[in-house]
Design a protein around this ligand. Structure first.
Ligand code: MD6
Ligand code: FE
Length: 207
């Protein structure tokens, strides 16, 4: 079993889990698959997100004026989402053996002052299977609270190649990204892109 930091409540942080060459390959793969398909999501109230998004796999998470939902097709061009990168499927199989396979890989690309407000991942009918996330590129401050909004929070820096899993109670915890942090020269291989990528794997349906 690879080393992880047990942060309690089912939160497992695996610093530097992916090696630099795998990170580079994954980043290239992701940008190739996402080309021309990036989404510029808005909240149901019409506020633009500061990240751009894309999805891979059978279902994609979409936010627009109609609301938040999962759907099998790209909302603008109508094509099915591209396949999930093989590295992501392998990570899930290695770290969550026995869990039903992921149905969505949501991609977020942060640049400059992009951030993500505190939210819960609550649009999945399956609220029990863990969520696994991979970060690539610039480090970021990840904030995590509890099951209710407004309680105490703590933060953890997610660096490039890090994996974090929210399982057990933390699957339903509020979390977000405060901001990107200056690149750490020791752990910052050049991955050939600006900013930060985060990929989250989710199980959506309850079978
Ligand atoms: C991010 N991550 O790291 C945003 N959600 O950019 C998430 O929203 C997230 O990292 C569920 C589980 C793990 C995550
Ligand atoms: Fe989330």
């Amino acid at each position: 079993m690879k080393q992880f930091a047990d942060l309690g409540d089912g939160i497992r942080h695996y610093p530097h889990y992916l090696e630099a060459d795998i990170q580079r390959e994954l980043a290239q793969d992701v940008f190739t698959r996402a080309e021309h398909l990036w989404l510029s999501p808005v909240t149901p109230g019409g506020q633009p997100f500061s990240v751009r998004q894309m999805n891979f796999g059978p279902l994609g998470w979409v936010s627009d004026r109609q609301g938040y939902r999962y759907q099998p097709h790209h909302p603008d061009v109508g094509v099915p989402w591209p396949d999930m990168p093989a590295t992501m499927r392998k990570l899930w199989a290695d770290l969550l053996p026995g869990a039903p396979p992921p149905q969505c890989c949501l991609l977020n690309h942060y640049q400059d002052t992009a951030k993500m407000g505190l939210h819960r991942d609550a649009d999945e009918k399956d609220q029990d299977t863990p969520i696994l996330s991979v970060s690539l590129g610039a480090p970021a401050r990840f904030r995590i609270g509890g099951a209710k909004r407004g309680g105490p929070t703590r933060s953890v820096v997610l660096g490039t190649g890090d994996v974090i899993i929210l399982s057990g109670p933390s699957r339903r915890f509020y979390h977000g990204i405060d901001r990107l942090l200056p690149a750490d020269d020791l752990f910052a291989p050049d991955l050939g892109f600006d900013g930060r990528l985060n990929l989250t794997l989710r199980r959506v349906t309850r079978d």
